[in-house]
Design a protein around this ligand. Structure first.
Ligand SMILES: Cc1cc2nc3c(=O)[nH]c(=O)nc-3n(C[C@H](O)[C@H](O)[C@H](O)COP(=O)(O)O)c2cc1C
Length: 227
């Protein structure tokens, strides 16, 4: 009896030690995803671009991103509008504090678990009043569009529904849906496993031609009279 109990206790203790060790190792991998990987450096581009002094428009391109790929899209959109003559600030939403000086705002986010990042939604909520007075466009970066079928486009457009429902007074005049980028080296063990099991490919699928075209097409909305 005594020995059997002792063995049971030992087994329980061993079990706890082993599972505890596994959990700690997994947690550590989540906390330090890049320490053992070959992830490329993550950048969040922010810049200001002086347009043509004859075009009296200041546009904000604000974005939310975890791993930087949405920032590249925001920068491309902003630079295109700047080439069209507008003065453009490209900022992460968390750094876009004073929005009252802009005559147009483009807000974009990476999609995580079928949604915009909370920072982007919060930005629209916080600036709701101002965003009703100027033209606004939304855009998204996601991996569903690595395969740009009609069905996938519909799926991706639906990602915006929670934002449109939560802040119905802000009505975007344009919505851009773009394929993003994914580097498995940046991800935690668990996220990597989930995305791999869904067959989400790794790579940079940003379609620069489509992004330029969308931005050029937006000039008519944001810089009326110039186009
Ligand atoms: C944990 C995780 C969840 C994701 N969920 C979705 C999703 O629900 N739908 C989708 O199309 N893409 C999804 N993606 C892909 C990202 O939207 C895509 O990689 C995007 O370009 C990331 O932007 P960022 O580099 O600016 O953070 C997910 C990526 C990760 C890592």
């Amino acid at each position: 009896m005594g020995t059997e109990d002792g063995e049971k206790k030992m087994n329980r203790r061993d079990f706890l030690l082993i599972t505890g060790g596994i959990i700690s190792a997994l947690s550590l991998a989540d906390l330090l995803p890049s320490a053992t990987s070959h992830a490329a450096a993550i950048e969040f581009p922010e810049s200001k671009c002086e347009g043509n002094s004859m075009v009296n428009k200041r546009i904000l391109v604000a974005y939310a991103s975890k791993y930087g790929s949405t920032g590249g899209i925001a920068e491309t959109i902003g630079k295109e509008l700047c080439r069209e003559g507008a003065t453009v600030d490209i900022l992460q939403v968390k750094n876009a504090i004073d929005v009252n000086s802009y005559q147009g705002v483009i807000i974009g986010s990476a999609v995580y678990m079928g949604k915009w990042l909370p920072d982007a939604t919060d930005f629209v909520k916080t600036n709701c009043e101002m965003l009703q007075r100027v033209p606004v466009a939304y855009f998204m970066a996601c991996m569903t569009l690595h395969n740009p079928t009609e069905e996938n486009r519909r799926t991706v457009l639906a990602y915006l529904n929670p934002v449109l429902k939560a802040i119905p007074d802000v009505k975007p005049v344009k919505i851009g849906t773009f394929a993003g980028a994914l580097d498995y080296n940046n991800l935690s063990w668990l996220n990597k496993k989930i995305l791999k099991s869904k067959g989400t490919p790794e790579g940079d699928f940003r379609d620069w031609k489509a992004i330029h075209a969308w931005a050029k097409g937006s000039a008519g909305v944001f810089i009326p009279g110039e186009k």
